[in-house]
Design a protein around this ligand. Structure first.
Ligand SMILES: C[S@@+](CC[C@H](N)C(=O)[O-])C[C@H]1O[C@@H](n2cnc3c(N)ncnc32)[C@H](O)[C@@H]1O
Length: 282
């Protein structure tokens, strides 16, 4: 099958000049430690424990995940995702893998630009069947019958051959994997040479002016909202912890390059609350 390569950038109205990194953390102060443990939110757990714990979080919130995203971000996550797809710049006939794709927000936005009639295809791959099922049902309800394949799989061990995709996306997923380095190595492996990598993720620190408000929101409002909407306060306490322990923008760029992807760069979104990282398999 002949797939095309994706190249090109779109403008970034929200954040073009924002490429600074507000995190006080050092470049290696995250995730795995010398003791072999890893972070699950603010807790330290063994590597074996993390994936089942993360799965339980998304099992618990899957049904109300989309509603909660809108409520907790005031709808801004939609702008970030639109920006991700704009920067990705998918072309008709390309093949996109959306890892940790959850309920398919990225896939649904990218699909029209990939043009299923021209052979464009998306695979949404997520570790959690409940999330995938919710996404698949939502797509069917909206009349999306072709162009997207939904499957369960682990970002650290993708069930795909080497060099099978033109585009790889991961939105708010990298934070949840146990070994970020392995997920990035897998991204490189499944991308074709010339293929594009894009990651949308929260950042551990925002601009200093926003920080006090952001802390209040993160530690007080968000867990309460999670409790009211999903009945699971812990899931949203985990969310806050996983954000604070995630690598800073420049540290993540370093990991991306260490995984063998080239030309890594990032753009901050909305005062650095989230960031987009772009790289290529050269
Ligand atoms: C916050 S949701 C993001 C969903 C979607 N990408 C979005 O932006 O709305 C994180 C997703 O990562 C998935 N996930 C967690 N660990 C994973 C792993 N190791 N491999 C693949 N998916 C994983 C979860 O099941 C969940 O659906």
């Amino acid at each position: 099958m002949a797939w095309q390569f994706g190249r090109g950038y779109s403008s970034c109205p929200m954040s073009a000049a924002e490429t600074s990194d507000n995190s006080p953390q050092g470049k290696t102060d995250f995730g795995k430690t010398d003791f072999g443990g890893t972070d699950f939110g603010f807790r330290r757990v063994s590597e074996e424990e993390k994936a089942p714990l993360v799965r339980a979080v998304f099992d618990s919130v899957a049904a109300r995940y989309d509603l909660m995203n809108d409520l907790m971000s005031g709808g801004i996550h939609r702008l970030w995702k639109a920006e991700m797809v704009a920067w990705l710049n998918p072309r008709p006939g390309q093949r996109l893998l959306d890892v940790a794709g959850g309920t398919g927000d990225i896939a649904r936005r990218a699909l029209p630009r990939l043009a299923p009639d021209a052979g464009g295809r998306i695979v949404v791959c997520d570790a959690n069947w409940q999330m995938v099922e919710t996404g698949r049902a939502r797509a069917l309800d909206d009349g999306i019958l072709r162009g997207i394949e939904w499957l369960c799989g682990d970002a650290e061990q993708l069930p795909f051959a080497d060099r099978s995709f033109d585009l790889y996306t991961i939105a708010f997923g990298l934070r949840n994997v146990t070994r970020i380095e392995r997920a990035l190595a897998e991204a490189r492996r499944v991308l074709k040479p010339g293929g594009r990598f894009l990651c949308l993720e929260f950042t551990p620190a925002v601009t200093p002016l926003l920080q006090p408000l952001y802390d209040l929101y993160s530690f007080r409002v968000l867990p309460l909202l999670g409790q009211i909407v999903t009945g699971d306060r812990e899931a949203y306490t985990y969310l806050v912890g996983s954000i604070r322990r995630f690598p800073s923008q420049s540290a993540l760029s370093g990991l991306i390059e260490a995984a063998g992807l080239g030309r890594a760069r990032f753009r901050n979104l909305t005062g650095g609350i989230a960031a987009l990282h772009s790289a290529w398999r050269l």
